[in-house]
Design a protein around this ligand. Sequence first.
Ligand code: GAF
Length: 384
Amino acid sequence: MPSLTETFSAHFGHAPDGVWSAPGRVNLIGEHTDYNGGLALPIALPQRTRCAASAREDDVLSIHSLQDDSSVEVRIDDVAPGHPAGWTAYVAGVLWALREAGYAVRGLEVVVDGQVPLGAGLSSSAALECSVAAAASDLFGLGLLESAEGRSTLASACQRAENDIAGAPTGGMDQAAAMHCTERHALRLDCRDGSTSQVPFDLSAHDVVLLVTDTRASHALADGQYGARRDSCERAADILGVEFLREIDPAALDEALAQLPDDVLRRRTRHVVTEIARVDEVVDALRRNDLEEVGRLFVASHESLRDDYEVSCTELDLVVDTAVDEGALGARMTGGGFGGSAIALVPVAEVDRVSAAIATAFADAKLTAPVSFSVTAGGPASKD
Ligand code: GAF
């Protein structure tokens, strides 16, 4: 396959002004907490989406994909909810959102090379949005990559692209991860005030790896299930008289649950409140290198997502159960759920056995073969 810059030159007749890239993510813990003003703890993946880009003088965005050889042209002024459709909404939506935020952006020529697995719950869409946002910031002299505050502005524009143009009512963790995560660190993200801190995350000294398993079970955030979970949380917060479920003190959880009118709202609330508390427990355990405790908290998180939040599925449960049975310190689904990927903390000596056991369990259950790979914490959106 020709390189990204060769494809750009062949397609547009000149070399690009530059190449920018942004990572996918896995969230270590803190799932379905971002839209509740809660805490999350993602790492950036080594897998990145790269975009070669040049600024145009006019309003036209011209996009080409290396993977499916498709091209789309759209005027930024014509971008609106549902237009353009498909993956190009994430690109066009970013320029639209930056303009909505008051930044003077024009059209771009873009060729995209997406190396984050699609539909795997690893935030390929945020990686795409953030790579384009990084390019736009540099090419239009916005300077937003240069500061944490600027990066948060870019992350917000990317979230608006996803919410308003692509129609996925997501919470913002994925875009914040792509903009703020740093190598060998997890990002403690406070979604109430937007603050971030870096937590050392380098498992190599402990002979442990983070194993990601893409279940290949389809996963979509623009369908009704994700939005239904958000609605339940908003209803519960409303009944409890708080802006976000983050405000419920875990020590007073039972009293809060007693005020809710039905079992579903009680279980959704219990997941959110306990999951937010688990994030700082994992941060503390990582800081004292207690990976056994991190593993235990992973399993508690998975059980809460499976039983109380009901966003797991057969495939995710099978990865988690098999990994733990075969010697993982802990495992859990990561991301939105309903398919996508799971993560496991696995001693190096057990990685091949755990991966093989997961593959065998899927084959025995007549499920599509999963893909397992180990990851380290990568860096944020940047110019290559
Ligand atoms: C998806 C969403 F995009 C995030 O905002 C977050 O809510 C996550 O699911 C669940 O934690 O990745």
